[in-house]
Design a binder for this molecule. Structure first.
Ligand code: NAD
Length: 495
């Protein structure tokens, strides 16, 4: 694993109450409904997450709608300056934000720091909006006639985000949306909503006017109220594939723009000419980093020909020695999973794998961490002899469960990968440029790593998958974000 904590970090204090942010004010939900929030490492009850009512959702959308005109009229350079100020505030708060992520999500402090940095990179990229948002002109499309495109914002956009990157994933969307002159309502995951509260507070401090960015907490009922709201122009969603498909279909029915990023089952293919020591380290980080709760996490390791035995040996040795514990404690490689229910779901897959006939080579799924008896612990678990028809070979488990498979040739490995319904990411490990080039051509997967275990595009490149991992046309980040949050209006003039 590449990110190991060297110094213990204090857990941040738990909030007294989790508030919505509507029209520039922090307000308590009056819905009377809430969900408990637990520290995944200690099992301690941290707070109650409100499930906002449809009336509260409407208030947030109305606040965003009312703020739209004034914000759109704010010169683009002034909008950009707010983001520059936010970027500076984020830099001053990196460690506090990382500690918050590590505590509420469970990942290690090093992993959380990496997440915060990725979030900041999106704010940095969005600061370039005066250039990114430029249109095009062409003089003389006919005699005395010129043509130009201008990019214009559309109004209120919505983000519905998952638990696994509570700081970074909302930053794939709202900084671009507001930079381009739209206003925003975010519904963060109900499983770890605290860290992004701090970012919203910093955006407020940076000078984002009231109503430009709003937050309403809750579960799928809040997603539904947002999708059904007539003032909402577009939805960005990240989460599991069944929900992504539902969001895509429901939003399309009401004529909204939609981008819906779903789940994954990523194949890591190792060729016999790979550097096995290096590849072994990359694979451990890919499959067990963030306790396997990454959409870019490797899931199936495919050893091609003679690569199988050496990579199996290195991978199993590494997986057996990973240190599991509280993400804020010293020397921990792997934290807990998000919830007790998710832990039980992962253990259920391990049991199903056995029943379906897969061979369990390493089973740390029932691991205990003595100092934290109530944490949601699942250790690295490795299966062999898995077929794509078995649930462990087919489904997204989203935990530290790996399968090792053999293939005779790289074509066989690609064929195995294509039996999965998902197409988020894949990686090839090789020292052959020719093999790498052919893989890029044939893989048919959107995010490809060559000797990289977690092929995470940076902010100025598109992030999103293919097949059942993505529903929509425009992806997150990069120039796709500018496309998604603006309409290109064409003006044809004769004077
Ligand atoms: P999830 O689908 O359970 O929830 C995501 C969000 O949708 C949450 O805000 C939740 O409140 C809301 N939601 C849940 N059910 C809903 C429904 N039926 N209708 C409307 N809204 C609903 O996902 P999760 O467990 O929070 O996150 C893990 C999943 O996210 C994994 O499948 C992972 O692969 C995926 N993910 C994908 C990417 C990507 O880039 N493709 C990135 C991160 C996570």
């Amino acid at each position: 694993m590449t990110q190991v904590l060297t110094t213990a970090v204090d857990a941040p204090p738990a909030p007294e109450k989790i508030l919505n942010f509507i029209g520039g004010e922090w307000v308590a939900s009056e819905s009377g409904r809430s969900l408990p929030l637990y520290d995944p490492a200690t099992g301690e009850h941290l707070a109650e997450v409100p499930v906002s009512s449809a009336a509260e959702v409407d208030r947030a959308v109305q606040a965003a709608s009312q703020a739209f005109r004034g914000w759109r009229e704010t010169p683009v350079v002034e909008r950009s300056r707010v983001l520059f100020r936010l970027k500076m505030l984020l830099e001053e708060n990196v460690d506090a934000l990382a500690a918050s992520v590590a505590r509420e999500h469970g990942k290690t402090f090093g992993e959380a720091r990496g997440e915060v940095r990725r979030g900041i990179e999106n704010v940095e990229h969005a600061c370039g909006v005066p250039t990114l948002m430029m249109g095009e002109t062409l003089e003389g499309i006919a005699r005395g006639i010129d043509c130009e495109t201008v990019r214009q914002p559309l109004g209120v956009f919505v983000g519905i985000t998952p638990y696994n990157f509570p700081v970074m994933i909302p930053c794939w969307f709202w900084p671009y949306a507001v930079a381009t002159g739209n206003t925003y309502v975010l519904k963060p995951s109900e499983q770890d909503p605290l860290s992004h509260q701090q970012i919203v507070a910093l955006a407020d401090e940076a000078g984002l006017p009231p109503g430009v960015l709003n937050v309403v907490h809750g579960d799928r009922s809040v997603s539904d109220a947002l999708m059904e709201h007539p003032e909402v122009k577009g939805i960005s969603f990240v989460g599991s594939s069944p929900v992504a498909r539902r969001i895509y279909e429901k939003s399309a029915k009401t004529g909204k723009r939609v981008q819906a990023l779903g789940g994954a089952k990523n194949h890591m293919i190792v060729l016999p000419d790979a550097d096995f020591d290096y590849t072994g380290g990359m694979l451990l980080d890919s499959l067990f980093g963030c306790t396997g709760q990454r959409c870019l996490a490797g899931s199936v390791v495919v050893g091609v020909g003679d690569a199988y035995e050496p990579i199996r040996e290195r991978f199993l040795d590494g997986a057996a020695s990973l240190r599991i514990g509280h993400g804020l404690d010293e020397g921990v490689d792997m934290g807990p999973v998000i919830s007790r229910a998710h832990r039980d779901r992962i253990r259920g897959y391990v049991e199903a794998g056995r029943v379906e006939g897969a061979r369990v080579t390493l089973d740390r799924s029932n691991v205990d961490v003595e100092a934290y008896p109530n944490g949601h612990w699942v250790g690295p678990t490795v299966f062999e002899d898995v077929t794509p028809a078995m649930s462990v070979g087919r489904d997204e488990i989203f935990g530290p469960v790996a399968t090792l498979s053999r293939a005779e040739t790289i074509q066989d490995a690609i064929h195995l990968m294509h039996q999965s319904e998902y197409g988020n990411a894949t990686s090839l490990f090789t020292t052959s440029g020719k093999a790498a080039r052919e893989f890029r051509y044939e893989a048919g997967i959107s995010m490809i790593g060559i000797n990289i275990g977690v092929a995470a595009p940076m902010a100025f490149f598109p992030f999103g998958g293919s097949r059942n991992s993505f529903f929509g046309d425009l992806k997150a980040q990069g120039s796709d974000a500018i496309e998604f949050f603006t309409d290109r209006r064409v003006v044809i003039s004769r004077w």
